[in-house]
Write a protein that binds this ligand. Structure first.
Ligand code: ZN
Ligand code: ZN
Ligand code: ZN
Length: 132
């Protein structure tokens, strides 16, 4: 990707750290766990970092559309991990989401913004207790 064409996307990426394939925003986070950028002060206005990344990459987010994190990491701003979906499609996508072992709908969020399956977590803890 040409960093000359989108200098600000390069700037955004420079404020991330790698976590696997993800580029995790290092700056402040919204209450819901998304990366955010201060765009104006008094009153403070923020733009969500992953939305800014899309905008700077020339990808529009039409009215009524959501941005979905394919990687499941809310604070990731890597454009390749984001997908613009209608709200309806977005909800459908989340309802379909299953973990590697096929459990549904029981996601919890870890402090680093990544999600994990609650059922798998419980099973893992049980196995660990048994191993002691
Ligand atoms: Zn990601
Ligand atoms: Zn989503
Ligand atoms: Zn699971």
């Amino acid at each position: 990707m040409s960093s000359r064409r989108y200098p600000a996307l390069g700037w955004l990426y420079a404020n991330t750290e790698r976590a696997g394939e993800c580029l995790v925003w290092k700056g402040s986070r919204s209450q819901r766990g998304y990366g955010q950028i201060l765009v104006s002060a008094r009153p403070n206005r923020y733009e969500l970092a992953h939305r800014a990344a899309l905008r700077l990459a020339g990808i529009e987010i039409p009215e009524g559309h959501d941005v979905h994190h394919r990687c499941g990491n809310k604070s990731c701003i890597r454009v390749e991990h984001l997908e613009v979906l209608t709200r309806r499609e977005h909800m459908r996508r989340h309802r379909q989401e299953v973990c590697q072992r096929g459990h549904r709908d029981e996601w919890r969020e870890r402090p680093n913004g990544q999600r994990e399956c609650r059922v798998c977590r419980r099973e893992r803890q049980r196995e660990q207790r048994r191993a002691v």
